[in-house]
Structures are given as structure tokens and as C-alpha cells.
Design a protein around this ligand. Structure first.
Ligand SMILES: Cc1ncc(COP(=O)(O)O)c(C=O)c1O
Length: 419
């Protein structure tokens, strides 16, 4: 059977070359990743040849419940057999149930939900809601942030390499250094509607802000009557060891953005949940911001089960425990090889290893692939490799990943002058 599939890698890479993007085809070959993903369970992906890879990337954070979680797959199949997409005219019970569940699990008085199909769409909805509610255009974001790549979300994203070619972007956005609450206070003016921030910058290179940063932002936003949008697309639903990143500071944002893990690794979905006082504009005109696919019964049934699994299987607790094991081992490696690893940062199972040189990061990724472990860079910082496995990862797989990382980093240290 697997022999029948032997030609698949070559055929697929040729298709990438001809029909997708030749540069991507080259990159896959260079990274030793010219192999076709075939099936996946838990923390493992099996390729077309039957080779198994331990997945430390977790689909950029979308596989919090692991690949193909049986309960989430079953929920999807059950809903799929009934109805996948919404009629848009009759009442949609899975969406109503999910809205109620989100109101229950999100902090404080976040109550009303809107659903799209990605993190970017969640951010777009949050930005539009903020402007509508405050009747002002100004948005303050942070340098190095990642909020998506549509024109609105990209205007919030703080990386010039993604922004430059598409200028002019949406006006009214300012970017201040991340982790510096005073810089936000100074940037707020009479035109400011909202501050948008990630509780930990994921794509920026897993940047953990100083303790109390979100609390201080909350205080400043309250004082200046500005909304606080927490972009928890990557940190939400257990990734940091608590249900939401803002929970570490006991902060209630005005709007929270969710996606990735909310889809249970099965369906695309994005959501915002907001305070009732902001929703007046959407109550006056419920069709002001809409999405055809958004809130579909299949995606919502899956999201409900993803949340139930997160709670029933104590994924926050596991993220915290396994995250500590990774962090401790990686910090030991950093002190052993300071010429190779500049810093190790993270909380729960969102961890970044910052290398002293981008070349060492690239070499580490391809060596890990040779050891059948998948990891990748953060989008905004190619010196940083992220460790972002499924939150269901076992102690055994954590130990296995750490021992491979030890071997690979030791090899990098030995060869570093030639890399
Ligand atoms: C914090 C954050 N916001 C928004 C996005 C965009 O999400 P999506 O790629 O689902 O559109 C991402 C994606 O990595 C993200 O990390």
C-alpha cells in the first residue's frame, strides 16, 4: 500500500512547483520536508510512507486538542450527517450553544459573540466593533505583533516586511513597543478607540511581557476610556496553562479574539466575545458585519466539543506541567550552550528558543526533521524556533522531544563555525 504511494512526494512537489509556488517547493526540499502528510493522531503525523513525526509545531497553535481527537471527530461526524452549513434564516442551535458556552468560559462580563472563519476575521470584527462602539478611528497596536494579513488586521500587525508592499494600509493605527505600558499611555489621544494586544506575542518570537503588563494596560484603558482588545487567537483555550492568557493577570478585556484551538484541529472558526455595552451598534444593525460561512453548525458543534475536551481532559494543567518541563530543560541547554541559544522564553506550551544566529535555527529545524520531529520558526522572527505542541502531549513524548533537542543542539554547538 505504502509502495503505491511512493510517487506521491515527487508528484506533489512538482504540483507545488507548477501550480502553487516554486519558492515553497524549494523550501520544502531544502528543509528535508519533501514528504506528504497522510494521517494524524494526537501529537503524531504520519507521512505517505508510514513515517511518524512528533509534531512540536501543532499547526501554529491550532492543534491544542491534538490531531483528530476522537471526541471532536465524533462531534463533527454527528453534525455533518445532519447539517454542516447554516440556512441563515432559521435558528442555528449549535451557534447559540457555542455563544452561551463562550460567555460562560471567557472572563468577566464578556457575553455577545460573533463568528467568522479565521483569526484574521476575528481581529477584523474586533477592530470594526471598537470603531463602531467608540465612534473614533484610532487603534494602538504593538511592534512585532501579529494579528493577521487582511487589510484591517495587517494594519494592526506590527511587522514592516508584511505591511510594506501593501501600503497604504488602513489609517488610524499606531505601533508602540511591546511590553511597555507607558508607551501605550503616551500614544493614546482623543481619536483612540482601542488598544489591541496579544497577552504573549506568538509570531513576534514568543515574547512574554513583564508581569502585570495586561493589568496595567487595563488600568490605562479604563482611565482614558479606551477599549482593550485581547488577541488570544494563539494564546486562548489553555495554551499558556490557563484558559486565557489574560487570566494570568486576572484581566477582563472589552473584546477577546479567538480562533486556532477553537476549531479543535478539525474546522476553521474565529470568534470575538465582547462586553454587552459595546454591542449596541450591532444590535441596531445586526447585518452591519456578517459572514456567510461564519457560525456554521458544523464549526460550532466542533468548537463546543473542543472546549469540552479542554476542560474534561484538564489541558490547561497539562500545558502548565509539560511547559515547565520543556522550559527547565531548554534553559539548562541555554546555559550549557550560550553561544548557540541566546534565550528561552514562554509560558505553558507556547515556548520560543531564540538562537544567536538564524542559521543555527534553520539547521536545528532540519536536524529535528531528520530525527522525525517537526518544529518551525515564528513568523516575525526567524531566529526563534517555537515549541507549540498539542496540549495533550504526554510526559513520555515531552521527554522524547527534549532528548532529541539535546542531541541536535549539541550537534549545532559542535558544527557552529561551519553552519
Ligand atoms: C495572535 C494572532 N492573531 C491573529 C492571527 C491570524 O490568524 P489566522 O491565521 O487564523 O487568520 C494569528 C495567526 O498566527 C495570531 O497568532
Amino acid at each position: 500500500m505504502q509502495e503505491d504511494r511512493a510517487h506521491l512526494a515527487e508528484q506533489t512537489i512538482e504540483q507545488y512547483e507548477k501550480y502553487v509556488n516554486p519558492a515553497m517547493a524549494r523550501l520544502f526540499r531544502y528543509m528535508g520536508l519533501a514528504t506528504v502528510e497522510w494521517e494524524a493522531r494526537g501529537c503524531y503525523i504520519t507521512d505517505h510512507r508510514g513515517e511518524q513525526y512528533l509534531d512540536l509545531l501543532g499547526g501554529y497553535g491550532m492543534f491544542s486538542a491534538g490531531h483528530s481527537h476522537p471526541r471532536i471527530v465524533a462531534a463533527a461526524k454527528k453534525q455533518l450527517d445532519r447539517m454542516a452549513m447554516p440556512s441563515k434564516l432559521l435558528l442555528n442551535k449549535p451557534m447559540a450553544d457555542l455563544s452561551q458556552l463562550l460567555a460562560e468560559i471567557t472572563p468577566g462580563d464578556l457575553v455577545y459573540s460573533f463568528f467568522g472563519n479565521s483569526g484574521t476575521e476575528a481581529v477584523e470584527a474586533a477592530l470594526k466593533l471598537a470603531r463602531l462602539a467608540k465612534k473614533k478611528p484610532g487603534i494602538i497596536s504593538t511592534k512585532g505583533s501579529f494579528h493577521g494579513k487582511s487589510m484591517g488586521a495587517l494594519s494592526a500587525t506590527g511587522r514592516d516586511i508584511f505591511r510594506g508592499p501593501f501600503a497604504p494600509l488602513v489609517p488610524g493605527f499606531k505601533h508602540v513597543p511591546y511590553g511597555d505600558a507607558n508607551a501605550v499611555a503616551e500614544a493614546i489621544d482623543e481619536e483612540t478607540a482601542a488598544v489591541i494586544v496579544e497577552p504573549i506575542q506568538g509570531e513576534g518570537g514568543v515574547i512574554v511581557p513583564p508581569d502585570g503588563y495586561m493589568r496595567e494596560l487595563r488600568r490605562i484603558c479604563d482611565e482614558k476610556d479606551v477599549l482593550l482588545i485581547a488577541d488570544e487567537v494563539q494564546t486562548g483555550l489553555g495554551r499558556t496553562g490557563k484558559m486565557f492568557g489574560v487570566d494570568h493577570d486576572d484581566v477582563v478585556p472589552d473584546i477577546i479574539c479567538l480562533a486556532k484551538a477553537l476549531g479543535g484541529g478539525i474546522m476553521p472558526i474565529g470568534a470575538i466575545v465582547a462586553r454587552p455595552s459595546l454591542w449596541d451598534g450591532f444590535i441596531d444593525a445586526p447585518f452591519l458585519h456578517t459572514s456567510t460561512f461564519g457560525g456554521g453548525p458544523l464549526a460550532c458543534a466542533v468548537a463546543i466539543e473542543a472546549i469540552n475536551v479542554t476542560r474534561d481532559e484538564k489541558l490547561c494543567e497539562n500545558a502548565s506541567a509539560r511547559g515547565e518541563e520543556f522550559l527547565t530543560a531548554l534553559r539548562e541547554l541555554q546555559s550549557q550552550y550560550p553561544d548557540v541559544i541566546a534565550e528561552v522564553r514562554g509560558r505553558g506550551l507556547i515556548i520560543g528558543i531564540e538562537f544567536t544566529d538564524g542559521g543555527y535555527a534553520g539547521y536545528t529545524i532540519s536536524e529535528m526533521v531528520n530525527h522525525k520531529v517537526i518544529a518551525a520558526y515564528t513568523l516575525n522572527n526567524p531566529k526563534v524556533i517555537r515549541i507549540e505542541p498539542a496540549l495533550v502531549i504526554s510526559k513520555e513524548d515531552t521527554d522524547k522531544a527534549i532528548s532529541i533537542l539535546r542531541k541536535v543542539i549539541a550537534a549545532v554547538a559542535e558544527l557552529k563555525d561551519d553552519i
